[in-house]
Every structure is written in structure tokens, then in C-alpha cells.
Design a protein around this ligand. Sequence first.
Ligand SMILES: [Fe+2]
Ligand SMILES: [Fe+2]
Length: 311
Amino acid sequence: MTVLNWKNEPSEGIVKGFLLVNEAKIGTTKNDKPFLGMKLSNGIEEIDAKKWDYDDQVPVVGDIIYIEGKVQEYLNCPQLIIYKFRRALEKEYNVSDFLPSLSCNRIQELTDEFNEIQTCLQERYRVFIQEVIANSSNKYFTAPAAKIHHHAYIGGLLEHSLAVCKRSLALAELSMITINKDLLVIGSLLHDIGKIYSYEYDKPPIRMSSEGKLLDHIVIGLNLISDAYKNTMPLLDKEDYLHLQHMIASHHGKLEWGSPIVPKTIEAEILHTADNLDAIDFKYNKAVQDKSDNQEWSDWIKGLGKEVWVK
Ligand SMILES: [Fe+2]
Ligand SMILES: [Fe+2]
């Protein structure tokens, strides 16, 4: 089975391979001719695809298809013109090849780092966080942190949470106020814990679950830590628990960014700043990685609402 990596293909000639259907619908050209428009993914990136003069069966989202066609530039983006395609047979592909993922080694490295950070915590905080993770069937180590915007791959939640934790601790070092660093650590590591249930990622594409659409990760996260609090009583005192709830509830920083409350403690302010900066840093890094040799400005970055200088 060959997943089609269009960037590695020569610009001339026929390309062949397997791709995942992310979107598919019949459209009509200016000349009133039907065509099939699709967004196809190789598990890492997405490409626009067209099959002209087509009004037959529309592929189902989530299907793997075999295609033959050519890659061309359209409005500065690659576009796949399909000559022929068919649904792939199950024996022809591994579904995991189309799920963006960190390598097993990288996930193990991050898991070790996560365990190491815990050893520095006072016992009550360490037992509490272990309770939350264990109750979540260890999905924490494989969940993505997003569908599209940042860390949108298997292992992304763990990578993002650890990065936020390290950024939070670095900011805490510079604070003029005494900070509860253990609470900051568990707040950072658990701030997006609800994402383990707000996405479905058993097969591609990574998508929002019904729970995610109806409650989103902040509410789900609050429910998860509430269960752990009840199970470990009287481990965490009431004030610490309230503070942790507040940090999770306010980590998006603004009501219009999805938090039900704005940060009202220095730990919550630091967590929000570290979280926001980690997502921004990820997007800048991706823009730099994706840029071509002479490119000075990135494409429009939806999550930032602007293009950025990548000179
Ligand atoms: Fe979040
Ligand atoms: Fe986050």
C-alpha cells in the first residue's frame, strides 16, 4: 500500500496512491457541468481534489480511496486532478497510516517526562493526578489536542500539556508573588484533560465526539476532576480543589474564547498565558516548517487570523 505524498511527486506525470476522504460533494462548473470536489488527506496534510464531469456515487467521508491523477498548482496551492478512483479494499491499507501521530518513541519519551515531573510533586497532588489519569483509561497518552489547529495528532495532548507545564513553571520563576507550583503543575497537565473525550480518534479523520460538540473539553475536564476529587477524598483540600477547578474553567482566558470565567488568580493567569503561547508558538513553527525556499510570508493562518513573517 502506498499513501500518496503529493509533495514528493514530480510535477509532471501521473500520481497514484491511497488517500483518505475528508470531504466529498458534487458541484457544478460555470458551464453547468457536474464535478466531484473532495478534500483528501495522506494523514499529515490535506489536498483539494477535483474529478471533472462526474455526478456518480459520492465517496463517504472516512473512506480510503485509490486514485490516479495529476497534481497541479491552483491559487498557489496544490490541487489534485483525478483521472480515476475507486474505494480501497480493506486488505490494501492500514487505517493507522492515515491518523496523524507522534512516533511511538516520542510518545514514550513524553510519558517518561510526565512521570518524572510527577515525582517532584507533594504526595497529595501526585496521587490526585494519577487518579484522574487512571480513571481516563490512560487515553491521556494518546489523545490529540485538536482536530486541526495545534497538536492535532495522536500524542498531541500529552505533548501540549507538558509544554504548557514547562512554560508555566518558567513564568512562575519570574513572578513577584509566591506561587503554588504544585497546583500550577497539575493545573497545566490537566487543563485540557477533557479533550480525551471531546474527540474521536479510533480511526481517521480526528473528529469531534457528540460529548465534545455538546459540552466541550472544559466542562468534560471539570467532570473528570470532580470524579477524582470524590474518589480521593480527603486528599486535596477544598480550597485547592476549587482553585484547580477555576484554573481549568478559566484557561481560555476570555468568555468569547470559550471560558465560562476569566482568570482570577496568578496561577490561572500564568496557565492561560502559557497555554495561549504554546498554541501560538506551534502555529509559527508550522508556518516556518511549511515555507518554501524564497517564501517571505506564510499563508493565511486561520488560528491566528493573519499571515506571519517567515523570512
Ligand atoms: Fe483548552
Ligand atoms: Fe491547551
